[in-house]
Ligand binder design. Structure first.
Ligand code: HSE
Length: 338
């Protein structure tokens, strides 16, 4: 089997760490793995498959002989270094929002639009969507194929993992400070997150939606390949360490019953239906964390709308919402194109 030189940019971040875990778990055919990060983390040693790998400083010369570069180091780094990596011959799979809406860059969820990966040839860049969008479109895809979704109303309950390793440490610290009767330290998130909810993820845009909410609107349409889908979103940060949850209501052109929805989603790749209200079975972040599927439960026909369907979706933001989706893209890429 052919093996590939892979670079992970942002190897010491929350998503970077999970990328290494998943590359090992899925036995990705690696010839060489290069770990890259800012000068702050350069020199750090990270264990990988029985070896200690040294993190190197990201610079213009980092991408010689790299076949695939997995970027998860923020939009500014991606804007600067992804084109350099692409020019050096690497295919970039970028986890930031830097290129997602550019018309010649594919935005891919392998269970939904794998064929778009072919468009990587335009610029040697493939964009990985925002976590909340990925987790939502995987279960909605079979419903859209069957009944055509006209409108989506979504509210998110986003874990602190989405704001990075520092935000995860901050929630942990604030809980300890509370227990010890100390004042809570706030730095990674705009407000105290322990025992609180923050109805703002990312910055506000001119229309009073946040950037995170507009990502859900625009990315959903691009991935589904259907600009007629109307989406409205409210995104909220919650004091959960890992796994994003979403309350989703859709309106479709053709009526989808609860039974039909369960049948369609149960047969869809990457979806796990956990829906047994009598026995209080539904997806929850503490159960979903560390797993790969997008979990769906609380499925019910919307009593306020004839062709409406409501559901509750939970997915591990660090895995399917970020690292896993990127590595699944890389797997299709090497199987079909490289
Ligand atoms: N934007 C998301 C969040 C992370 O803040 O939760 C997406 O990877």
């Amino acid at each position: 089997m052919k093996e590939y030189n892979v670079a992970v940019v942002g190897a010491t971040g929350a998503v970077g760490e999970v990328m290494l875990e998943i590359l090992a778990q899925r036995k990705f055919p690696l010839k060489n793995l290069k770990l890259l990060a800012s000068s702050k983390s350069a020199g750090k040693k990270i264990p990988f498959q029985g070896e200690m790998l040294t993190v190197e400083k990201l610079d213009r010369n980092s991408f010689k002989n790299i076949d695939i570069a997995l970027f998860s180091a923020g939009g500014d780094r991606s804007k600067e270094f992804a084109p350099i990596a692409a020019d050096a011959g690497a295919v970039v799979i970028d986890n930031s929002s830097a290129f997602r809406m550019e018309h010649d860059v594919p935005l891919v969820v392998p269970e939904v639009n794998p064929k778009d990966i072919a468009l990587y040839k335009n610029r040697n860049i493939i964009a990985n969507p925002n976590c909340t969008t990925i987790i939502m479109v995987v279960p909605l895809k079979p419903l859209h194929d069957y009944g055509k979704i006209k409108r989506i109303v979504v509210s998110t309950y986003q874990a602190v993992s989405g704001a990075g390793a520092k935000a995860m440490a901050e929630l942990d610290m604030q809980v300890r400070q509370y227990v010890n009767g100390q004042e809570m330290t706030v730095s990674a998130l705009p407000y105290q997150i322990a025992f609180n909810l923050i109805p703002q993820v990312d910055v506000f845009t001119d229309n009073f939606y946040t950037k995170e909410e507009m990502k859900m609107v625009n990315e959903t349409r691009k991935i589904m390949g259907d600009s007629s889908i109307n989406v409205t979103a409210t995104t909220v940060r919650v004091p959960v360490f890992r796994s994003h949850s979403e309350s989703v209501t859709i309106e479709t052109e053709k009526k989808i019953t609860r039974d039909k929805a369960i049948e369609l989603m149960s047969n869809a790749p990457g979806v796990k239906v956990v829906d047994d209200p009598q026995n209080r079975k539904y997806p929850m972040p503490i159960v979903v964390s560390g797993t790969d599927d997008c979990f769906v439960g609380r499925i019910r026909e919307d009593i306020s709308c004839e062709k409406g369907l409501s559901m509750w979706i939970v997915g591990d933001q660090l895995r399917k919402g970020a690292a896993l989706n990127a590595i699944q893209i890389a797997e299709v890429l090497i199987k079909e194109y490289l």
